[in-house]
Design a protein around this ligand. Structure first.
Ligand SMILES: C[S@@+](CC[C@H](N)C(=O)[O-])C[C@H]1O[C@@H](n2cnc3c(N)ncnc32)[C@H](O)[C@@H]1O
Length: 249
């Protein structure tokens, strides 16, 4: 009954059951974790992210600048999880020889991410958009210097599986830079409101969860050190509580 009740929605609220995967078929893996959404839905979400994030980006610019300075240096290979429209590229694309892999299951993000890469001065050969999910990264073990994830661990289907993949692809000593909205403190009115609105948020924002304790997941993911900060981003309203920082493999 429940399936019938929610099947008309582009993104029904998630259930607890893990996806069944045929590990040998990358398309099957991608579709199991992130079932294809209607074209109009992907296009609309990409458009809203591209045009509607200016005030948010202005408010987080301070702490993004702070953590992205850690990517300075030559010839870095960076993987961005759920790159979306590419709002972070300007923070590191002008660095000497940086190569960026941006993965995202929403193909409609690609044109915006490519434009952001070009605007940031990244040569086309140094930016590759890959249609993939964070839970199964199409990169070899210990192959990147840094992984970047902003507003994405709220949206992946399986946060712990994604963090395991982050650890796998990072070189020893590699960095994981993150900025994520998280659940408000237990017992607060904001946390109560997040609980009520969580199913709706998942439906209208492509699987985004309001109540994840992402900081705790990152802290417990097995990094050798985690430098984690909290902030409240007021323009983000119900998404206000944030964690940001760097984890070291
Ligand atoms: C709220 S947007 C954030 C995009 C971008 N990182 C930013 O900071 O603006 C969430 C992004 O995560 C992507 N996403 C959803 N599920 C994902 C998954 N399983 N793995 C990787 N990315 C995913 C979405 O397509 C979307 O681009």
């Amino acid at each position: 009954m429940e399936e019938i009740g929610t099947s008309f929605l582009p993104i029904p609220p998630s259930t607890a059951s893990p996806p069944h995967l045929d590990e040998d078929d990358p398309k099957d893996v991608l579709n199991s974790i992130h079932p294809p959404r209607p074209d109009w839905y992907e296009e609309l979400f990409a458009f809203v992210m591209a045009k509607g994030s200016k005030a948010y980006e202005a408010q987080v610019a301070g702490f993004k600048s702070q953590i992205f300075t850690n990517l300075r240096g030559k010839d870095k290979t960076v993987l961005e999880l759920g790159i979306g429209t590419g709002p972070n590229l300007k923070y590191y694309a002008s660095d000497n020889g940086v190569r960026v892999f941006g993965i995202d299951p929403n193909r409609k993000m690609e044109k915006y991410a490519q434009a952001a890469a070009a605007a940031a001065g990244l040569p086309p050969e140094n930016f590759k958009f890959i249609h993939a999910v964070g839970e199964v990264l199409p990169l070899s073990d210990a192959s990147v210097d840094a992984v970047v994830g902003t507003l994405v661990l709220c949206s992946v289907k399986d946060i712990n599986m994604t963090l395991k993949e982050v650890m796998r692809v990072l070189k020893p000593g590699g960095l994981f830079l993150f900025v994520e909205h998280v659940a408000a403190k237990d017992g607060t009115i904001l946390r109560f409101a997040q609980g009520i609105l969580d199913p709706l948020q998942q439906t209208v924002s492509d699987g985004c969860h309001l109540t994840r304790k992402t900081g705790k997941c990152i802290s417990e993911a097995g990094f050798s050190a985690v430098d984690i900060n909290t902030a409240f981003v007021s323009v983000a309203c119900i998404l206000g509580p944030h964690v940001y920082g760097i984890a070291f493999k």
